[in-house]
Design a protein around this ligand. Structure first.
Ligand SMILES: [Zn+2]
Length: 184
């Protein structure tokens, strides 16, 4: 039986069942080989029956909990490296960035506090929860980006450094998180 990275058969089945392109699945498995944390997240997603699906281009990336309790991760098709002319040069240059988008959403889907519901009648709590949610997503994305060797100008930055491309700039999210990590 062929195994790729440390991904379980059920995890590979989850990816095959999604509408992610071959190139996208390849980017995911390559990243899982480099990042044990990412492999663990993917295996956990399969175990918890999380669905991963692509959205139409420019229609958004998010994680939702359905009323039956099932968690669905929805990724904008523009991020899938199998899409020609997706217009996102970061991903054209390094498809692994697609995997960091997925890692971000899996953080929301799986980690404690990542996807907490917020009462609509309480804007103050909504703001706090929103911040917490993004913290969880960004931390997950950052760990996977670091383990897969992103973060240098030659290799590109994590997805949430959107717009920075491969040009290093002080103040990118990766740089800010690096500074924060040094202080921990
Ligand atoms: Zn997020």
């Amino acid at each position: 039986m062929e195994t790729r990275a440390d991904l379980n058969q059920s995890t590979l089945a989850l990816l095959e069942k999604s509408d992610i392109s071959e190139e996208g699945i390849s980017a995911i498995t390559i990243t899982a080989e480099k990042s044990p944390y990412f492999a663990e997240l993917l295996n956990d997603a399969a175990k918890k029956n999380v669905s991963i699906t692509l959205n139409e281009k420019q229609q958004g990336t998010y994680t939702e909990k359905q009323s039956n309790g099932k968690i669905v991760v929805v990724i904008d098709k523009s991020f899938d490296p199998g899409n020609q002319n997706n217009g996102i040069t970061n991903i054209d240059k390094n498809p692994i960035i697609f995997a960091t988008v997925l890692a971000h959403e899996l953080g929301h889907a799986l980690l404690p506090g990542g996807n907490e519901g917020t009462p609509a009648n309480d804007p103050a709590k909504a703001a706090i929860t929103g911040d917490n949610n993004e913290g969880v997503g960004l931390t997950t994305e950052y760990i996977v980006a670091k383990q897969s060797g992103l973060g240098a100008p030659q290799t590109g930055y994590m997805h949430s450094d959107n717009g920075q491309g491969n040009q290093p700039a002080p103040g990118t999210l990766t740089a800010l998180l690096d500074d924060a990590a040094i202080q921990i």
